[in-house]
Design a protein around this ligand. Sequence first.
Ligand SMILES: NC(=O)c1ccc[n+]([C@@H]2O[C@H](COP(=O)([O-])OP(=O)(O)OC[C@H]3O[C@@H](n4cnc5c(N)ncnc54)[C@H](OP(=O)(O)O)[C@@H]3O)[C@@H](O)[C@H]2O)c1
Length: 282
Amino acid sequence: MKDKTVLITGANSGLGLATAKALAKKSFDLILLCRSEKKGQDAMADIQRDTPTVKVNLVTADLADLDSVRDVARKISQQYSRLDVLINNAGYTPATIEFTPDGIEKSFYASHVGHFVLTWHLLDLLKKTAAETGDVRIINLSSAAHFMGKKARFFRHIDNLSTWSAYGDDKLANILFTKGLARQLDGTGIRSYSVHPGAVSTNFGSDTPGFVGQLLKVASPLMRSPEKGAKTSIFLAASPLKSIGDGNNGGYFADSQSKAVSNRDVTDENADWLWEKSLPFV
Ligand SMILES: NC(=O)c1ccc[n+]([C@@H]2O[C@H](COP(=O)([O-])OP(=O)(O)OC[C@H]3O[C@@H](n4cnc5c(N)ncnc54)[C@H](OP(=O)(O)O)[C@@H]3O)[C@@H](O)[C@H]2O)c1
C-alpha cells in the first residue's frame, strides 16, 4: 500500500509542527503550508532531523491572501496524485480588530474564508483520492472557545468587537464549516472532523495584549505540550475509521473522543448558510 499524504496549514509552529512530526513517524508524506518561506524551511529541516526518511514538501501561502491560496491549491493539485488528509490548523487570536475592505474581521477571513477557499480548490484531488481509497479526512482546528462565537456577527463590520469575540467567531465558523463539509460531501468517502486540542503552550496568544495576554504567559508552564495537544488531530488523521465512529462525520472532538458542542448556533441550517455565504469567495 502507498504511503498517505497529508497537508497541514500553519505547520511551522506549535500544534501544526507537532502534528507534522508525529505523522512523519507514521509514514505519512507531508505537505507543509506556511506563510513564511524561512519558517517553513526551518520546520522542514526540524522534521527531517527527527525522521530522516520522511518525504516532505513546503508550499507557501497566506490564508488572508486568497490569490496565494488558489495558486498553492492549483500547484498541489497538479503536482500530487493523492491527498488523504487535509488539516486546516492555522489560526490565531487577533491582537487588534481590523476589517478587510469588504467589512470582514481579518482573523475570520484567514481562519474561515482562507481555509474554505483552500479546501474548495483541493476538492477534486480529495474526491479523486476518496474514489480510490474510500477514506479521506478533513480536520479543522477549532477550540472550546467556540462558545464565545455568534453566527449573527459573521461577515459583518461590528464596532467595538472584542478580540475574544472575534476569536470565538473564528472557532464557531470552523465547527460549522466541518458540519457543512460533512453534509455537502456525504457519500463521497470524505469525512470531516473539528478539534479542540486543549490549552496548549505554543505561540498562540503571544500577541494578545493586556490582562489576558499576561495570563496566557503566566499559565503557559501549566498548559499541555504541543505533542500532547496534537494527539486528537493525530488520532483523527491516522486511526482506523471504526475507532473514530461511523456516526461521527462532521463531529467535534477533544481528547480523541467525540464531544458535544457548547453553542446553540451549531445547527445544520447555519452550516448550510455559512457554506452559501462562503461560496462567492472561491
Ligand atoms: N494553543 C492553544 O491553546 C489552542 C487552543 C485551542 C485551539 N487552538 C487552535 O490550534 C491551531 C494552531 O494554533 P497553535 O496553538 O499551534 O498556535 P501557533 O503556534 O501560533 O501556530 C499558528 C500557526 O498558524 C499560522 N498562521 C497564522 N495566520 C496565518 C495565515 N494568515 N496564513 C497562513 N498561516 C497562518 C502561523 O504562522 P506564522 O508562524 O507565520 O505566524 C503558525 O504556523 C489554531 O487554529 C488555534 O486556534 C490552539
